[in-house]
Design a protein around this ligand. Structure first.
Ligand code: SPV
Ligand code: MG
Length: 297
């Protein structure tokens, strides 16, 4: 799918009445797996990419390091990619440079959050500081103006509830971000239950498409999110956590047993890896291209 077609696809997903899932990816392999599983869109998660790079989700990875990984995710998949842009990695100018570059490498949306730089992951600690509303609105406007393709989406994320604010305060910010030109709104909560999100969606009345990441309230049935009118549900870190758990088990087991006999059955066969990465297609292409006879006229 061309970059423009991917952008148009994500825009259509956000604007359609149906709910859709965005699956987290943090490298080329996880992107390929999410795509092959059938997810219609990918969330390039700051937490998961940072973790895969071996650093903390506290603006430790530079924006170019993040976008290097996003380029791998775009390259390895055929579905639209929404990039977790954190705070935009600085002021409005850093954010719009990040946005422009994300669009150039084939991402279809950037999501910007209203915290101050450097940010800390939303699940860590209680010191989450929000940016002034006017400053964040200017950042959103700069990113909306910086797009080359009008189907590329700028998603505003409010961390009001993460910072201990009320649903009313989150709504005030969300309306300001909609006025500033955001195309969708990510309302984030780390409560174990969905009530805050439900209160927000009732009052929001569908002004812009809503996106959520139900990491802590993940046992809420998806039909409840549908009933609330939520459009995008981001499974924000499950591939990274699955890989973390599996790699921890395998590394410990091989060391403890001095071999792979016990763990081998739990591993993906290489044939499955080669299948997903399209080794057969390459063999076919080699037959076609590697030693082509000159065509006779
Ligand atoms: C991420 O995936 O990096 C997110 C979502 O921003 S969360 O970790 O829930 O803040
Ligand atoms: Mg993040």
């Amino acid at each position: 799918m061309s970059a423009h077609a991917r952008n148009a696809r994500l825009r259509a997903l956000l604007d359609a009445p149906e709910l859709f899932f965005l699956m987290e990816a943090h490298d080329g392999l996880s992107a390929r797996i999410a795509d092959a599983a059938g997810f219609p869109a990918i969330w390039a998660s700051g937490l998961s990419i940072s973790t895969a790079l071996g650093v903390r989700d506290s603006s430790e990875a530079s924006w170019s390091q993040i976008l290097d990984v996003v380029a791998r995710i775009v390259d390895a998949s055929g579905v639209p990619v929404m990039v977790d842009g954190d705070t935009g990695h600085g002021d409005f100018n850093s954010a719009r440079r990040f946005t422009r570059q994300a669009e150039r490498i084939g991402a279809s949306a950037v999501c910007l959050e209203d915290k101050v730089f450097p940010k800390m992951n939303s699940f860590v600690g209680d010191g989450h500081q929000l940016a002034p509303v006017g400053e964040f609105c200017g950042k959103l406007r700069a990113c909306v103006d910086a797009r080359a393709d009008e189907d590329f989406r700028v998603v505003a994320r409010t961390e009001t509830l993460i910072a201990g604010g009320t649903v009313g305060e989150a709504l005030d910010r969300a309306h300001a971000y909609a006025d500033a030109g955001a195309h969708a709104l990510f309302i984030h909560s780390r409560r174990k239950t969905v009530e805050q999100i439900a209160d927000f969606t009732r009052a929001w009345q569908g002004r812009l498409p809503l996106v959520i990441a139900p990491t802590t309230y993940a046992d809420t049935p998806t039909d409840d999110f549908r009933a609330m009118g939520i459009k995008g549900v981001i499974w924000a870190n499950q591939n990274m956590r699955a890989a973390f758990a599996a790699m921890s088990t395998v590394s410990r087991d091989i060391l403890a047993t001095e071999g792979v006999t016990r763990i081998e059955g739990a591993l993906a066969p290489l044939s499955e890896v080669f299948g997903l990465l399209g080794y057969d297609d390459l063999a076919e292409d080699e037959r076609r291209y590697a030693d082509a006879e000159p065509r006779t006229r």
